[in-house]
Design a protein around this ligand. Sequence first.
Ligand SMILES: Cc1ncc(COP(=O)(O)O)c(C=O)c1O
Length: 473
Amino acid sequence: MTSLGNSAASRDIACVLHPYTDLKAHQRHGPLIVTHGRGIRVFDDQGRSYIEALSGLWCVSLGFNEPRLIDAARRQLETLPYYHSFAHKSHEPAIELAERILALLPTTMSKVFFSNSASEANDTAVKMVWYYNNACGRPQKKKIVSRIRGYHGVTVATASLTGLPNNHRDFDLPIANILHTACPHHYRFAEIEESEETFASRLAAELEALIEREGPDTVAAFIAEPVMGAGGVIVPPATYFEKIQAVLKKHDVLLIADEVICGFGRTGNMFGSETFGLKPDIVTMAKQLSSGYQPIAATVISEALYQAFVSQSEAIGVFAHGFTYGGHPVACAVAIETLNIYRERRLLDHVRAVAPRFQERLQAFNGHPLVGETRGIGLIGAAELVRDKVTRTPFEAADRVGLLAAEVAQDEGVILRAMGDSLALCPPLIITEAEIDELFDRLARALDRTHQELSRRGIVAGTPVIARSPASD
Ligand SMILES: Cc1ncc(COP(=O)(O)O)c(C=O)c1O
């Protein structure tokens, strides 16, 4: 891209390999270069401002310029910039953060293992499940069940858990011993007139059939996000986790709750497990643990797992797992300060106060000709765009309607993610009602412009009425 000269954009194209990007398109378009942020907004190198409606990657709960987090990092860098937890070493920030996490979790858990990313946290969970069953003398019980459209990361094991075709295709995944069961998306996968409860019963029965087919003595764990995020923001149907957990219990299958998006207030409770009644054996978390300011993740285990690890490591001589930067003191210090701010500013109360406005404005999009379904809880949601609302017919994948809508939204000053044709929203938890209105006013314009562009291309018919805020006229 010579026309960009020696700009940051052309240097980017020359040198940076971008994750989750159409690499060919990137050669043409180049990047959006973000320079700084303030509150719920980020700014590009042309001085344009955007509402960050996905909190970066579902993580920047406290907005983009929280001075206390910067001070916490600086203080820790000045005190102890690095240390680790291998071979009986420790440091105060890791100890305090582990205590704080255990105190926040809704069910009694035993130990916290730190890593740097949620992929590592989930990968660790997989290894722990295998280690546990070896310790218990059940070397056959190793299969892990995940869900179609679940998202758990991109390492070899966690990309295998992730139930999205692009994460497997051409990467030679999934690996052995990973199974996928049905996606709990009522709008897409329920039978005609099937209630949420009946749908949930059917999915639980399908899970049980899968476990019985594979052999319960070979199935070790089930992993689930309380609300699926990257799979399109899928809120589970009523009674789903209750019925799924009954099946897991019956067949002695561990539950791993991936709280990476839901954890720390997103659904209106501290953890999604509280919102949906999960009683996990392993919990993984990251993202809002440090408001995204530092890379940190954790895998938290029950006492039963811990006791098995103790006897197994005694037999082998070591629990041979760990990351150089796991529980990095600076990341732990920032996470502790993040939790302090959540408590002092009563962030959960704030989420509960503004979430109804967020959900009301999201649901108002159901009247838009492009929107087949809106769904969400707390401060997370999505609008699924469809070609035909009545028949729920999706657009052709080749039309890339979700990407088009995301581009138009960006032009309107909103950054969001298109998951297929579902537009995902997950704004910083500090968002105010006025900012929620601004976000949805911009999005309404973006949806109308997307509709106009699709009718210009002959993909849909008609011109929509410009959607308005309930409060704006
Ligand atoms: C639920 C969930 N689990 C795991 C991951 C993987 O996180 P990371 O990119 O930190 O490896 C993500 C990332 O979005 C996620 O949403």
